[in-house]
Design a protein around this ligand. Structure first.
Ligand code: NAD
Length: 711
């Protein structure tokens, strides 16, 4: 086994443990690394005359990125006692850092989170670099867990219960300045002075012996009155409930442990921590969130093509055609990551507005609540508004985001393609037109690809990279690499109507309208979707997307799948009446109030009455089944037809594209928790709906064979 922690002695009485996992970009606490740490501590404990131990990392920008989650996954079904013992082993090991016959100091440069933060917090002292990547945090709640190696016991004793509650239940990292302010670190210094400062700290502590007093204090209960505890508990739990809506149990469990153990000695508190952690470990939400972690991790590594040795071309300049909502969003994302952008529009006033929008967005400063002048100057140097085709065609990548009209798009390509360099890539941001069809008249369809961003580009991480029939692997790999470079998570798909996200969203949206016409209440439909975990209900979503846009997207899908998607007279009527949603001040809801928030609007009743096919009560369970099962069936069709390459792409795309609840792990991950046989059973009452709710061959086969989407 390769060495991951190196022991050296920068001074005769100072031991230095340097973490440097060979061949890895980050240090991770695996079982082997922890064993190594244990071995080093055995040796150091025996060494006479040692004044201090400094723990540091040799990796730039990373102290320790946390525990090894693959090992976690391997033990996900382990009995609870085993998990308690795993935590207790961590307590015993890290506890040695504050029991040894020397002062221990964690010298932190870069990311220090999860298990790494726990190792650091067991040291007598911490010191941090002022580097831009330096952060400290307990993100365990984001995986449905809480710190189980002493974090919930050490943190409140060192930084105070209030700070610890915020750090552990919120899961957000803090920078060196905030860490210093809350007393977590003794000093903040430049990275190249970190070791010297840590050694200096050892000397100071040996002179003052303050660390020995702190060791004693941090083993004792926290001195808070019942009133103080009660107040903190009530306010923190209100904040948590508002954020988690009761769907993520870990923050509440962490709070409970923190409050319960505040009045205890550290040792029994550690036992309680271990028991609480064991209860969360392997829970459905923990499993789901671990799946999301692995989906994201896989996505980061995915080149987008299965063939080995396909190199992405470097993209050092971008042109964006169309400076509307999407074009200016794409341009902003690129400028933010220092990619020079040439932006154009057929209408000079649209170009002016779009370019201004880019600068406003890129230079926006949260604190100033407006543009930062320095950033405006920087961004202006990268953004070139132009109407000269030769300038636009000189870029490595040209993304077209003009109006959704095939003729207009084709005219643009016909004009620009002859001017493009032989290795440049042309892409479309179309949301509905097949990529293969758009490529039909191109001379080099192999260098044409769909790069479908989502609105608002600023917030939406998902990008669908769509491969036309003739798109080359190099073009796909380049589009994927570019999307990642500008901070997005690209999912590669084969061409098909609605690509992936819109195709799966449509049956769900469509079903919501069907239920309205069958007599379900708007409120009940939206409530069921939210209770399932969606960020908003489908009816609210119609108003946000725009009813005209939804109507058009529906038509495209209806043309492609006429047996499954019917025309909704309700949507057409509302569009005809100008009720286009939020942008028009009214859709299903009214937005004509001071805050522009959706409010129930009685005027909608007559529209629903016109499409009514009866009036009956719907249970929440029925609404949930009607919304999500057709979406799931569509996902199996997408997999059957090869539009998506992998179940994990489907799940990731839905989480990032429509806010499918992460605590369910993804649509197909959720389906696996039910099993195909159970899904068939749930589909049975929907039989009268016809083909759109009929089991697909894939699902039937899975039920027969007892297989799952995730293998
Ligand atoms: P938009 O109307 O805001 O902007 C389109 C811009 O293209 C307009 O400013 C228009 O003047 C310009 N334009 C028209 N013809 C042009 C030409 N020949 N040359 C240069 N510019 C021209 O539209 P949008 O919402 O930004 O959509 C643009 C594209 O992105 C469409 O293909 C759309 O389907 C797709 N898209 C939209 C969204 C969305 O939510 N709005 C999401 C994903 C994809």
């Amino acid at each position: 086994m390769a060495e991951t922690i190196k022991l050296s002695f920068p001074e005769p009485d100072i031991a230095l443990l340097t973490l440097d996992m060979p061949g890895k970009g980050a240090n991770i606490l695996s079982r082997a690394t922890l064993d190594e740490l244990s071995g080093h501590l055995d040796a150091l404990d025996k060494q006479a005359g040692l004044a201090g131990l400094v723990v540091i990392s040799a990796k730039p920008g990373i102290f320790i990125a946390g525990a090894d989650l693959r090992e976690f996954m391997a033990g996900i079904d382990a009995p609870k006692e085993q998990i308690v013992e795993l935590c207790r082993r961590g307590h015993r090991l890290f506890g040695r850092l504050s029991h040894g016959p020397f002062v221990s100091v964690a010298a932190i440069d870069g990311v220090c989170v999860g298990g790494g933060a726990e190792l650091a917090i067991w040291c007598d002292r911490r010191i941090m670099s002022d580097g831009p990547k330096t952060e400290f945090g307990f993100p365990e709640v984001k995986l449905g867990l809480y710190p189980g190696w002493g974090g919930t016991v050490r943190a409140p004793r060192i930084v105070g219960l209030g700070n610890a509650v915020e750090l552990i239940t919120g899961g957000e990292s803090i920078d060196a300045r905030a860490a210093f302010k809350m007393g977590l670190v003794s000093d903040v210094v430049p990275a190249d002075k970190l070791l010297a400062a840590a050694v200096g700290l050892v000397r100071d502590e040996q002179a003052s012996k303050q660390y020995l007093k702190d060791r004693q204090a941090w083993r004792a209960p926290i001195g808070l009155s019942d009133t103080e505890l009660g107040f903190l508990g009530a306010t923190a739990s209100a904040v948590i409930r508002q954020q988690t809506k009761g769907q993520y149990p870990a923050p509440e469990a962490a709070l409970e442990t923190l409050l319960e153990t505040a009045g205890q000695e550290a040792e029994p508190a550690l036992v309680r921590e271990a028991q609480g952690m064991a209860a969360l470990f392997g829970s459905p939400v923990n499993r789901a969130l671990l799946n999301v972690f692995f989906l994201t991790d896989r996505n980061k590594r995915d080149s987008g093509v299965s063939r080995e040795g396909v190199a992405a071309r470097p993209i050092n300049s971008l042109s964006v055609l169309g400076a509307g909502i999407m074009g200016s969003g794409i341009a902003s994302a690129a400028v933010k990551r220092d990619v020079p952008v040439f932006l154009t529009d057929a209408r000079p006033e649209a170009l002016e507005k779009g370019a201004k929008g880019v600068l406003d967005e890129v230079a926006f400063n949260k604190k100033l609540k407006g543009p930062d002048p320095q950033k405006v100057i920087q961004a202006a140097g990268l953004l070139h508004a132009t109407s000269v085709d030769a300038e636009l065609a000189a870029s490595d990548l040209v993304i077209e985001a003009v109006v959704e009209n095939i003729d207009v798009k084709r005219q643009v390509y016909a004009r620009l393609e002859p001017l493009l360099r032989a290795d440049a890539i042309l892409a479309s941001n179309t949301s509905t037109i097949p990529i293969t069809q758009l490529a039909e008249k191109l001379k080099s369809p192999e260098r044409f690809v769909g790069i479908h961003f989502f609105n608002p580009v600023r917030r939406m991480k998902l990008v669908e990279v769509i491969r036309g029939e003739k798109t080359s692997d190099e073009t796909v790999a380049t589009a994927v690499a570019f999307a990642k470079r500008i901070g997005k998570s690209p999912v590669v798909l084969n061409d098909g109507p609605g690509f992936l996200v819109n195709r799966l969203l449509l049956p769900y949206m469509n079903e919501a309208l069907e239920m309205l016409c069958e007599g379900a209440e708007i409120k009940a439909i939206d409530r069921a979707a939210r209770a399932f975990g969606m960020p908003m209900g489908p009816i609210e979503l119609y108003d946000m997307v725009g009813l005209d846009t939804a109507l058009y997207a529906g038509q495209v899908m209806r043309d492609a799948f006429p047996d499954r998607i019917g025309a909704s007279p309700l949507l057409a009527d509302l569009v005809k009446a100008g009720r286009l949603g939020q942008k028009a001040g009214a859709g299903f809801f009214s937005f004509k109030n001071k805050k522009g928030k959706p409010e129930p609007d009685p005027a909608i009743d007559s529209f629903i009455a016109a499409c009514a096919r009866g009036k009956r009560a719907f249970t929440q369970e029925e609404i949930t089944a009607r919304l999500f099962l057709p979406m799931l069936l569509e996902a199996t069709r997408v997999l059957e037809s090869g539009v998506a390459r992998d179940v994990r792409d489907v799940d990731l795309a839905l989480i990032f594209g429509i806010g499918f609840p992460p605590f369910k792990g993804g649509l197909l991950f959720w389906a696996d928790t039910l099993g195909a046989a159970k899904i068939l059973e749930m589909l049975r009452p929907l039989e009268p709906l016809g083909p759109r709710a009929a089991p697909t061959p894939m699902l039937l086969e899975m039920a027969k064979a007892g297989t799952k989407f995730y293998t």
